[in-house]
Write a protein that binds this ligand. Structure first.
Ligand SMILES: Cc1ncc(COP(=O)(O)O)c(C=O)c1O
Length: 506
């Protein structure tokens, strides 16, 4: 893989080609072929990383002529699973698996096995599914101080829905604001104003629903710049967004000021607490410097909070909360004239996995307040330890003022080379860009004895290795290095699409 050549090609393109940043290079005659050759070299490396099991498990480009025995299938899948479990269960991953204790997993599997046939769309067959969903919403809202918010503002009537994940919760909230603004204000070309650090799920929502995004900068602490957001608001703005915390730097935006700005302008305010919704309320109780992020702030009109992250449920559930059912009603879909009968569904999906909802309800009930408080305490303490440890490694610098998602960079070494050196030691960390940095999202896996210490000593070694040894080829460093430095985002976009194609390659 010759990244330098690729960079050279891209940065020496004629001005008219460089044009707008989003210009897709695929449209450029003559360049495509040479770039494609370089891409393909890069993708060959990526492909071998993505398909490591070719010897271990049969592949099926077609249905097998005869079905395989259950034993054979379980054996093959078991071997693969065993290989994949080792890294995350020993705490080598940033985020990804947030609880992961074998007993917790066994309990969730037992609950799922009891409910694998459940489909909440058929409320007559499974009324328990509706009960579980309603109580997941109520328990989550309660944890986020809904009672107190309603006491402060008797007009609030906090409600919500269970979705399949953070992205769907965000999609739903953005659809609500778009449809409300259309109906109540006649806004046709809606926009949302959000900091650059807010999750791409908002861009996805904007793309799906024809909303424009106006991204505002963050300040030197990586918090949303409220003044810049204020300036960006115009008559078509339907909502402001703040993260608690944002994924990149684990920094909580100034939600009180931002939501107040939104309230004064008569527009929605969404707190994206997908990552932090199950930690921040406990951090507040534990005396950490955590601002109020929920409906106790009169300007907050919706919140996304992921049960499948620090809620410790199985992957596939999240909650979207609204200040009032009037808002939630914009989320619903109904069809009154279909020959298949009357149809109504609250979220994106039609049929959905009731088993995951049952698991989520069971996990919330099993952990209870003391369980979440204790988990948050352990995570926050480990976050403190990791933050202090990173700060003491020569050559590294922590970004912002994080609690448990710790981002760091270096002014002395190529941080992406450090990412690769950590990957060689088994670690799966997140690479960030603008500025180039890495982060680790601390989970319960990292609170196991010795894991934080191992992370810090591996990181120290990794940095030393990068300082003393010459660059190696391969790994993510060249790809991150290239994509972070290349001004032609159309080219990076193209590379990402090719990567997605690869995922579907059998
Ligand atoms: C702050 C934030 N918002 C939204 C999301 C999207 O969540 P999901 O991946 O569950 O769709 C994430 C995921 O990491 C996140 O960190």
């Amino acid at each position: 893989m010759d990244i330098d050549k690729l960079l050279d090609l891209a940065t020496h393109l004629p001005k008219r080609v460089a044009g707008p940043l989003e210009a897709g290079l695929r449209k450029v005659p003559g360049v495509k072929g040479r770039l494609e050759t370089e891409y393909n070299k890069m993708l060959v490396d990526m492909e071998s990383d993505l398909h490591p099991y070719d010897d271990l498990i049969a592949s099926f480009p077609n249905l097998p002529d005869e079905g395989l025995s259950a034993d054979k299938i379980l054996d093959m899948m078991g071997q693969v699973q065993e290989k994949e479990t080792a890294r995350w269960s020993q705490g080598y991953a940033s985020g990804a698996v947030y609880h992961g204790d074998p007993e917790h997993i066994a309990f969730m599997n037992q609950v799922y096995a009891m409910h694998s046939q459940m489909n909440p769309l058929h409320a007559d067959l499974w009324p328990s599914a509706a009960k579980y969903e309603a109580e997941i919403v109520a328990m989550t809202a309660g944890m986020l101080n809904a009672d107190e918010a309603q006491r402060l503002r008797p007009d609030a009537e906090i409600c919500g829905a269970v979705t399949s994940g953070g992205t769907e919760s965000i999609l739903m909230a953005m659809k609500v604001y778009r449809d409300r603004a259309r109906k109540e204000k006649g806004i046709k070309q809606a926009n949302i104003v959000l900091p650059v650090s807010a999750h791409p799920a908002f861009d996805k929502a904007a793309q799906y629903y024809g909303i424009q995004t106006i991204r505002a900068p963050v300040d030197e602490r990586f918090q949303a710049d409220v003044r810049a957001m204020k300036k960006a608001i115009n008559k078509n703005t339907i909502a402001l967004i703040g993260s608690a915390p944002g994924f990149p730097h684990g920094v909580i935006d100034p939600i009180p000021e931002m939501s107040e700005l939104a309230r004064k302008r008569g527009i929605g305010f969404h707190t994206d607490a997908c990552l932090g919704g199950f930690i921040v309320p406990w951090a507040e109780k534990l005396g950490y410097p955590a601002p109020i992020i929920d409906f106790r702030l009169p300007g907050v009109t919706s919140i996304s909070v992921d049960t499948h992250k620090y809620g410790y449920a199985a992957k596939g559930t999240s909650v979207v909360l609204y200040r009032h059912p009037d808002l939630r009603r914009y989320q619903y879909f109904t069809a009154t004239d279909w020959s298949g009968g009357l149809y109504a569904s609250p979220t994106m999906s039609g049929s959905k996995a009731g088993g995951l909802i049952a698991v989520c309800w069971a996990v919330l009930a099993k952990l209870g307040q003391t369980g979440y408080l204790d988990a948050a305490k352990r995570i926050l303490e480990t976050g403190d330890q990791i933050r202090e440890g990173v700060e003491s490694i020569p050559g590294l610098r922590v970004l912002g003022d994080p609690l448990w998602v710790i981002a760091f960079t270096s002014d002395q070494v190529d941080i992406y080379q450090a990412l690769d050196a950590m990957a060689h030691r088994g670690w799966s960390l997140n690479g960030l860009q603008f500025p180039s940095a890495l982060h680790i999202a601390v989970t319960l896996r990292h609170t196991q004895t010795g894991v934080a210490e191992r992370f810090l000593s591996d990181l120290e070694d990794a940095v030393k290795e990068v300082q003393t040894q010459p660059k190696t080829n391969g790994g993510m460093a060249p790809i991150y290095g290239m994509t972070a430095s290349i001004p032609f985002r159309g080219m990076v976009d193209d590379l990402l699409r090719r990567y997605l194609d690869l995922l579907y390659k059998v």
